[in-house]
Design a protein around this ligand. Structure first.
Ligand SMILES: Cc1cc2nc3c(=O)[nH]c(=O)nc-3n(C[C@H](O)[C@H](O)[C@H](O)COP(=O)(O)OP(=O)(O)OC[C@H]3O[C@@H](n4cnc5c(N)ncnc54)[C@H](O)[C@@H]3O)c2cc1C
Ligand code: SF4
Ligand code: SF4
Length: 428
């Protein structure tokens, strides 16, 4: 006999007030239950199977919210898209009235706790790169402070002052990337390499509501862009066309790239508890990035460079795979070239160099298969992938192929990378 259908449902919802629209949950959800419009991220109650895969990767905790609703009348996607804040939890009387209104059996209410839909145990088999990404940091990562400033924190935002804004890609080209330094003065803002911050652009959007925060990876090490200063740097690309190539003027990226030294910016964060670097001696770091995905890689590289300069830390291998359309598009190309070869092993891949075949980061990785395979077998290796969403699948597949061609079991190595916090994916 089938179990009776629940009268009340515990509906999984996202708090729009603290969500920073980072897309992590949508990328993580194995069944495609999460979607978004230009304003909100929402969960389709009919698709969500309560696997909880999205909970720990969410940097703000906004996805860890639930509302008891009549099973016959959950919040629709349209309702969730319209929210500026979560609706209040219904009182027992309100819930009873709502159940009655939706045609549910009110007499079953007292005995029945709000139910979560049963998880679907039929695991899918298609390869999904996101399934291999870790949600825990490596064991030797330092403690990350998060959400010190934000809608639900004691202080909503912190004001930072721009102390530097330099274009780092060639002037006159259609791509325009800036290296921006923000100083927090006397306000505490402790960060680690791999974390990000939220920038709140001034003004309102087309519907008259305040702009939501945009997330930017920190490009400087934990002790500051300038060592010993309470500052950090960002690598921001001016968005002038959308993902389909249509001309647009990205709100936050243009605001940031146009800032002058001395201007102030409203910041929230920091965010991120897992994309953190290992701190134990002889730990290896493999960094794979495209475009502004170089920001966290710059931070990690620079921290290891400072440790090396101190003479007090024995680093493992650093290996970087850096992809761009052309050489001119690479932020920080010059300084990276100057790092000693025994410190970091740098591999570039250009996909649109005139007269040369297209080459992507995964092609460069396959060319270095022997070295990568050795690193994959070393439990002291942590791998970081950051940049364009479109690179993620190819990169994880390349890692799998490198392992398998070396006679290793990807299922074993991939599972260890994930559970030990050693493969991190951050694509946007
Ligand atoms: C974890 C994380 C880290 C990030 N780190 C960085 C970083 O270090 N540097 C950085 O520059 N950005 C980074 N981003 C992206 C950043 O948060 C913004 O999404 C980006 O700057 C665009 O914001 P905007 O306000 O300018 O554009 P919006 O006004 O939000 O968007 C305008 C239009 O452009 C499209 N669009 C948005 N972003 C892009 C894009 N990158 N390319 C093409 N079209 C786009 C939108 O879909 C929309 O149609 C990161 C995002 C995440 C989730
Ligand atoms: S709980 Fe699982 S199915 Fe539901 S939204 Fe989160 S990741 Fe998707
Ligand atoms: S902040 Fe959390 S809920 Fe919002 S988009 Fe990111 S992962 Fe999803």
């Amino acid at each position: 006999m089938n179990a009776p259908l629940p009268t009340v449902l515990k509906q999984h919802v996202i708090d729009p007030e603290i969500c920073i629209r980072c897309n992590t949950c949508e990328a993580t959800c194995p069944v495609g239950a999460i979607t978004h419009d230009s304003r909100n991220y929402v969960i389709d109650v009919a698709t969500c199977n309560w696997c909880n895969a999205c909970i720990s990767p969410c940097p703000t905790g906004s996805i860890d919210n639930y509302r008891s609703v009549p099973a016959g009348r959950p919040y629709t996607l349209e309702e969730q898209f319209s929210w500026d804040e979560l609706p209040a939890e219904l009182s027992p009387d309100q819930l009873q009235a709502a159940v009655a209104e939706s045609g549910g059996d009110v007499s079953a209410l007292a005995a029945e706790p709000a139910a979560a839909p049963a998880a679907d145990p039929s695991g899918e088999t298609a390869f999904r790169s996101a399934d291999w990404g870790a949600t825990l940091p490596p064991w030797s990562a330092a403690h990350a402070y998060t959400n010190l400033y934000g809608p639900k924190a004691a202080q909503k935002t912190v004001t930072a002052t721009v102390t530097g804004n330099v274009r780092v890609t060639e002037v006159g080209k259609d791509y325009d990337t800036h290296h921006i330094v923000l100083d927090f003065g006397a306000m505490p803002f402790p960060v680690l390499e791999g974390q990000s911050i939220g920038i709140i652009p001034p003004g309102t959007d087309a519907s008259g509501k305040p702009h939501h925060a945009r997330q930017y990876s920190i490009a400087s090490p934990r002790n500051g862009e300038r060592p010993g200063y309470n500052n950090l740097s960002l690598t921001i690309k001016r968005v002038l066309e959308d993902h389909a190539g249509k001309p647009v003027r990205g709100v936050a990226s243009n605001y940031m790239c146009d800032l002058q030294v001395g201007d102030t910016v409203q910041v929230i964060g920091p965010f991120g508890t897992s994309f953190l670097m290992p701190n134990h001696p002889r730990s290896n770091i493999v960094m794979i990035c495209t475009g502004t995905g170089s920001a966290p890689m710059r931070a990690m590289t620079e921290w290891r460079r400072r440790l090396r300069a101190s003479g007090k830390f024995e680093s493992g291998k650093l290996m970087l795979f850096f992809g761009a359309r052309t050489q001119e598009e690479l932020p920080y190309f010059g300084p990276l070239q100057n790092l000693p070869k025994d410190f970091i092993d740098i591999n570039f891949a250009f996909s649109r160099t005139a007269g040369a075949p297209k080459r992507y980061v995964q092609d460069a990785m396959r060319e270095r298969a022997a070295d990568l395979a050795a690193l994959l077998q070393d439990p002291n290796t942590c791998i970081y992938v950051c940049g364009l969403k479109s690179m993620e699948e190819g990169v994880v597949l390349a890692l799998r192929d490198v392992a398998q061609q070396a006679g290793l079991s990807w299922d074993t190595i991939g599972a260890a990378l994930k559970t030990e916090g050693r493969l991190h994916l951050e694509t946007y």
